[in-house]
Write a protein that binds this ligand. Structure first.
Ligand code: ADP
Length: 508
């Protein structure tokens, strides 16, 4: 067995990156740049061009040219080869991608390694779909007609991604949009832009034509310019519900197609008769994975009252042994919070929980002595469904235990937020499990498991968790327009009934 490598921040040099537009590495047209500091170490680790609307113009124009000059009509087998090659190149560069991801996000390197491995699989899966971009055929509409419905690419897709799983999230969109024949302009989060830039370079190395994938770097302002650009046909966004709402409103005015993956406040319902140890394990993993900065975080633990105290204490006991610290160490499980703003948000929610009367069982503060952006894994009990810690997405390592008596009450609490991304049920009773699976409104339901995702399974949310679905075999349809083509069988009979001459009105 090989031992996973540790890194030391002292050995890391700051890297300077560029945008990729029309196959070339370029600065922002203004020459402006911005810097990223590793949140776990307070050290500058990377620097990027700070784009503005003129850079967006250049990237969209390149994407349009690439779309019209052959990419749109390329055969699926050729697309599949290119997509597969990207998967291979991601595997080749997996370690350097994981390191870049960990440095900029503050996530543990072990989790960054897992993220990169999952990313390669997404490109490989999209490659298989590229050869099966099939529509529908109709042969029973009438004796003189057949019809086919085919998918056509939408055109230029603007993609905007967040900082929590940058290379994974762009790869839930990009390879599928490319498989469907679209071109793209990608704007990663300003906090974690490196792996998206590196991915674009791998896409170029794989042999994709210039302009098919373009990456611009900068803050929300340049994202807004991309959203508003008249040359963008579709927007695919992952991020906060707040920004997603604004984006959808703007896209709605322009009648652009949108696909949104937004926040979640995901319940895990734990019944009295369940695999207690597995549920505790899932609670800890679901709450602290990626430092809780995860749209699928299982932050609401809705636990049967008969076991809720015991459950909460078991979670606290496990929490005590979670290795928190330098994300560059292979053993670390909880790293740093991405930035001060996010940390302040977590602190505000924890304060609101305490003021509302919830019991703080563990954590609740910054880590004393560490660099400033670490927060202790936190557990609340005696939480009620109306508290902000039970309703709002915190995006930090904060778990709330909410007791219930009847399953119907648990389902009501589970459905009691604006979100509907994912939910879980822990129960040995098949009827309890099936009732939750049917009645909880969420895009994914886990029964006696939590958090696993597969490229084959659709992902997305109800309500304020988003619009549309990524992944799965329907992912190509999400990035397509459907065109119906009717075919006449035999000679077309006239549909006009000619009036006899005598009945025709006089015309002058
Ligand atoms: P997160 O904080 O989880 O990254 P945000 O919703 O704040 O979530 O940001 C997600 C992405 O949206 C980032 O790339 C960010 O730069 C971008 N963004 C922020 N504001 C806007 C906006 N008004 N229009 C378009 N993109 C934006």
């Amino acid at each position: 067995m090989t031992t996973a490598k540790n890194y030391r921040i002292e050995d890391i040099s700051k890297v300077s990156r560029q945008q990729l537009i029309d196959g070339r590495d370029v600065e922002a047209l203004t020459g402006a740049r911005f810097t990223r500091v590793s949140p776990a170490h307070g050290v500058e680790v990377s620097e990027f061009p700070d784009a503005d609307a003129a850079d967006v113009d250049a990237a969209v124009a390149a994407a349009r040219r690439a779309f019209e000059s052959g990419w749109r009509t390329l055969d699926g087998a050729a697309r599949a080869k290119l997509l597969h090659r990207v998967g291979d190149l991601i595997r080749r560069d997996a370690e350097s991608l994981a390191l870049a991801e960990s440095l900029e996000s503050g996530k543990p390197i072990s989790q960054a390694r897992g993220e990169v491995a999952g990313t390669a699989e997404l490109w490989e899966y999209a490659a298989t779909l590229a050869r099966h971009n099939i529509g529908d055929a109709h042969n029973h509409l009438g004796p003189d007609v057949m019809a086919v419905s085919i998918h056509e690419p939408v055109g230029v897709v603007g993609m905007i991604t967040p900082w929590n799983f940058p290379i994974l999230i762009i790869s839930q969109k990009l390879p599928f949009a490319l498989a469907a024949g679209n071109t793209a302009v990608v704007k990663p989060s300003e906090s974690t832009s490196s792996t998206t830039v590196l991915l674009a370079q791998l896409i170029r190395e794989a042999g994709f034509p210039d302009g098919v994938v373009n990456v611009i770097t900068g803050a929300g302002r340049v994202g807004a310019a991309l959203v508003a650009h008249p040359g963008v046909d579709m927007l695919s966004f992952t991020g906060s519900t707040r920004v997603g709402r604004g984006l959808a409103a703007s896209a709605g005015g322009d009648l652009k197609k949108v696909e949104l993956e937004l926040g979640g406040k995901n319940p895990q319902i734990v019944c009295a008769k369940a695999d207690f140890a597995a549920a505790v394990d899932a609670a800890v993993f679901g709450g602290y994975f990626n430092v809780g900065q995860c749209c699928n975080s299982g932050s609401r633990l809705i636990v049967h009252r008969s076991i809720s105290d015991e459950f909460a204490h078991a979670v606290v006991e496990r929490t005590r042994h979670v290795p928190v610290g330098d994300p560059l160490l292979a053993t670390t499980q909880v790293g740093a919070i991405v930035n001060e703003t996010q940390l302040a948000t977590i602190e505000r929610f924890v304060g609101e929980g305490v003021s509302a009367g919830a019991t703080l069982l563990s954590g609740g503060t910054r880590f004393a002595g560490a660099t400033p952006l670490f927060f202790e894994p936190t557990v609340f009990t005696n939480v009620t469904g109306d508290m902000s810690i039970a309703r709002e997405e915190i995006f930090g390592p904060v778990l709330s235990v909410i007791p219930f008596e009847e399953l119907s009450e648990a389902i009501r609490i589970a459905n009691g937020t604006q979100y509907g991304l994912s939910a879980g049920i822990w129960s040995d009773d098949i009827n309890e499990a099936l009732t939750v699976a049917r009645d909880v409104r969420a895009g994914t339901i886990w029964v006696n498991r939590w958090m696993d995702g597969y490229p084959e399974l659709a992902f997305g949310g109800f309500g304020a968790s988003g619009i549309g679905r990524e992944l799965g075999r329907q992912a190509l349809a999400e990035f397509s327009e459907m065109k119906t083509i009717q075919l006449q069988v035999g000679r077309r009979a006239s549909r006009w009934v000619e009036a006899p001459d005598a009945d025709r009105p006089e015309t002058s």
